[in-house]
Design a protein around this ligand. Sequence first.
Ligand code: GRF
Length: 224
Amino acid sequence: MTVQPSILSQDNSTSSLVSPLVPPEKLQPEEPLKLGIMASGNGSNFEVLAEAIQEQRLNANIQVLIYNNPEAKVRERADRWGVPAVLLNHREFKQREDLDRAIVEVLQQYQVEWVIMAGWMRVTTQVLLNAFPNKVINIHPSLLPSFRGLRAVEQALDAGVKITGCTVHLASLEVDSGPILIQAAVPVLADDTPETLHARIQVQEHHIFPEAIALAARLEEVRG
Ligand code: GRF
């Protein structure tokens, strides 16, 4: 049955469901987390993490940004925030493992403890995961395990789902998989384009990312 969009009521709201809800003040690590951020493009997530740190919603420090595209806008953001930025252009490495070895070297040089993939568009290898066990965090614009990989927002629109969202999770070898930290659900509206839907998802990404990082650190503390 096809339902005419005109008979459906949609109020264009951005209301969403976040789970688990974590009170940030209860989660803050005592010692600032030493973050290394990896990003490939725009870097709005880099920006919100820098803001959350500045506003003391996340007790952390961004030690370094690693980016892989010389044109990536995230580089300008790092400069503005006074964060050292290192370009590791994946085209200059023969194999994925070689790139990851170079990444690990930079992260260690900057004494990074937590690796944050904030729009990092390369496949991760065991080289990076072994160097930072349970400490590599990824953000993805879907409710995993649905719509892994590239073009997750388009995949959701093509599938016709009415709710999608975003996920912050610990990274594992398989792309966009690993233990989930926080998810936020976002409604898909009848007239959504990939751009409008992605924008609505990003509002939630920016909301849950700092909290998910604090949560990961807390869980790691408890695990001892
Ligand atoms: C985000 O939607 C993230 O989930 C995905 O890539 C996008 C990066 O956005 N992995 P930005 O560069 O942080 O603005």
